[in-house]
Design a protein around this ligand. Sequence first.
Ligand code: E4P
Length: 217
Amino acid sequence: MKFFVDSADIDAIAELNDLGMVDGVTTNPSLIMKSGRDILEVTKEICALVEGPVSAEVVSVDAEQMIAEGRKLAEIAPNITVKVPLTWDGLKACKVLSGEGKMVNVTLCFSVNQALLAAKAGATFISPFIGRLDDINLDGMELIADIREVYDNYGFETQILAASIRSANHVAESARIGADVITAPPGVIKALASHPLTDKGLAAFLADIEKTGQKIL
Ligand code: E4P
């Protein structure tokens, strides 16, 4: 399973990248706003830092405009993935941009039918939003499982990029179901290392070695 970092925070991305945890990055307009940076500048910096795909989202609703924005974003670096919303115009833009050989991430997916359309339009990635479905008392994980089943039924090559991940459990369940990629905020990725029994066991080991008075260095 590939790990993408859902962030436009260069320092946070760099910290995880140094550990080999970053297979790619996803950004969106809200993350760009949170970073306080210029979209083109920060995206260029991320692309230089990370080898894998870096999703940068268009900010228009009309297909022609999305295509023009996608072409401009794709000029930033070869690892740019153009992110388009799952609207009819977004699907048109996906078809054109993927036809030009650009990677396309179709975002804001909330149903299996939307995921089917994205695959047929040539999406490289489909981004079903788990957390936002959970927020309205629907089951985000069920959507990941349903898309996996449908894509496997027909051999679609579009990669399932589980997005809007809010917890370590979302990551574990996405891996169990067979999502190709997860994208999660840096804090969630770091939290994957935590377990209360690890903390408890380590405290006991350290207390015992202290009783012996031994040191290694
Ligand atoms: C990633 O591509 C999405 O934009 C992101 O995961 C959305 O997450 P949120 O629902 O927590 O904002």
